[in-house]
Design a protein around this ligand. Structure first.
Ligand SMILES: O=P(O)(O)O[C@@H]1C[C@H](O)[C@@H](CO)O1
Length: 278
């Protein structure tokens, strides 16, 4: 899957109008960005309607990232799964480009986004393989000017120019996820995720810095996707596996499957705009 690029000359308008005309791929309410474990995703998606992209498209670049969009249903709900994501360090820190799949999902109707990733633990009470629900994020590249929203405000996408990042991980969805994990007797941590640009791993001094500013887990992805989802007025929920995506991947997938089953009906853009005071 090649991401659509994000400048005036490369057909964003055409892409949007093609998506708006598409019947096969439209009217999806829910979306999942699950960067790894393509096999796990296909286990959860009970009926696959279509797949776009190549199995191997991304695997040469970041292992385990399939590079596919899968359209299907989970517990009868229409879901788009992005198996593989675009990391800024792979794309010259073009964060708007890397978050473009979220805009595509928005154009296809998605209102609720579940994002997953693998991260390093900063919180000393975390164990290798733990699952963490993100309650807030520290977007270091964004703080340094690498935001997917810099540049001209592109009205083709809609959404506010100045995006509120309060409650960027939906409180109701977090409560629901914790309740489900509890019922499944799963250990689920909760904390703050910090994103660096990567791809180098962090030094011990940097880990101490992240700890001092309140981070519980660190990684090199996700925050730019969440910013764009918030501009698109989507509700976002986020789970990550601490430093052991393959080892504990199945557990996370079981939780996501149970969560999708219990997700409330999606809110319209007008409803979330009103709720968030736009
Ligand atoms: O897509 P995610 O964030 O799960 O990928 C992880 C974090 C880094 O991007 C990369 C190196 O560990 O894998």
């Amino acid at each position: 899957m090649t991401p659509p690029a994000n400048d005036e000359t490369n057909g964003v308008d055409n892409t949007i109008s093609a998506l708006n005309d598409s019947k096969e791929y439209k009217h999806y309410d829910y979306s999942m960005v699950n960067p790894r474990n393509y096999d796990d995703i296909t286990k959860v998606v009970q009926s696959i309607i279509a797949q776009v992209g190549e199995d191997k498209a991304k695997s040469d670049i970041v292992q385990g990232h399939a590079g596919k969009l899968i359209f299907g249903t989970i517990h009868g709900k229409k879901v788009i799964c992005q198996a593989g994501r675009f990391h800024p360090y792979e794309h010259k820190m073009d964060l708007a480009l890397c978050a473009m799949p979220i805009r595509v999902m928005d154009q296809l109707g998605v209102r609720t986004l579940i994002v997953t990733n693998a991260a390093g633990g900063v919180n000393k009470s975390f164990h290798y393989g733990d699952l963490m629900l993100i309650k807030d994020q520290i977007f270091l590249p964004g703080l340094a000017g690498f935001s997917p929203l810099v540049g001209e405000h592109d009205k083709r996408y809609g959404g506010p120019r100045f995006v509120s990042m309060h409650e960027c991980f939906d409180k109701d969805l977090r409560v629901l996820t914790k309740d489900i994990a509890n019922r499944m007797s799963m250990r689920l941590m909760e904390g703050v995720y910090v994103m660096s640009g990567g791809p180098q791993y962090e030094t011990p001094a940097e880990v101490r810095l992240y700890h001092a500013v309140g981070a519980d887990a660190l990684g090199m992805s996700t925050c730019h996707e969440v910013v764009v989802a918030k501009q698109c007025l989507m509700k976002v929920n986020h789970l990550e596996v601490i430093d052991a995506a393959n080892k504990q991947g199945g557990k996370g997938v079981d939780l996501i499957s149970a969560l999708v089953k219990e997700l409330p009906p999606p809110m319209s853009k007008q409803e979330t705009a009103k709720l968030w005071g736009y």
